[in-house]
Write a protein that binds this ligand. Structure first.
Ligand SMILES: Nc1ncnc2c1ncn2[C@@H]1O[C@H](COP(=O)(O)OP(=O)(O)OP(=O)(O)O)[C@@H](O)[C@H]1O
Ligand SMILES: [Mg+2]
Length: 154
């Protein structure tokens, strides 16, 4: 996902595939996004949900809840928003379009709404995946709407 915008700051975290790290991922992204004064409370809340869903998916589906695996969270703070990438080297997704359909889940106990939240709470969502090779989810979210875009002086 290429965005021709100035990078103000960036963070990359490698973390173990443990459910407790979902909160860590949310906090890191929220803290980085908060370096931009223009970010709205609403945008921060939506961003945290989207990040939680992507990291949860990597742990639950990508690594099938094996806690000794590693996933990577990258976050780039840009002039007008934030770019997030969540990467796992897990089982991968055979049919990405089907996986992204609202209410689709491989697990009948789950709602199948993770991708739907990522889609509606960010401005761009891309999924790259191959069976056996893992999954990378990239998201971009604007901090503000309308004429306040490009407002970040962080
Ligand atoms: N990182 C991943 N690795 C492998 N498969 C994935 C990954 N992320 C998503 N999937 C597949 O995509 C499907 C849909 O994901 P989505 O997050 O929308 O729903 P869910 O995780 O099944 O349910 P929910 O998020 O509501 O608990 C999953 O059921 C799984 O089959
Ligand atoms: Mg999910």
């Amino acid at each position: 996902m290429n965005r021709d915008k100035l990078k103000m700051n960036s963070v990359m975290m490698t973390m173990q595939s443990k459910a407790v790290n979902v909160g860590l991922a949310r906090s890191m992204v929220a803290a980085l996004a908060s370096q931009c004064d223009a970010v709205t409370v609403n945008a921060l809340e939506e961003l945290k949900v989207a990040v939680s869903e992507a990291v949860s998916n990597a742990i639950i589906h990508g690594y099938e809840n094996q806690e000794d695996k590693q996933l990577i969270l990258r976050a780039d703070l840009l002039e007008d928003g934030i770019l997030i990438a969540v990467e796992d080297e897990g089982v991968g997704i055979a049919n990405i379009a089907q996986a992204m359909e609202p209410s689709y889940s491989q697990d009948p106990e789950r709602m199948g709404l993770g991708f739907a939240f990522m889609q509606s709470f960010t401005d761009r969502l891309e999924v790259e995946s191959a069976p056996g090779r893992g999954t990378t989810v990239r998201m971009f979210k604007y901090f503000c709407q309308g004429d306040q875009k490009n407002a970040c002086q962080a």
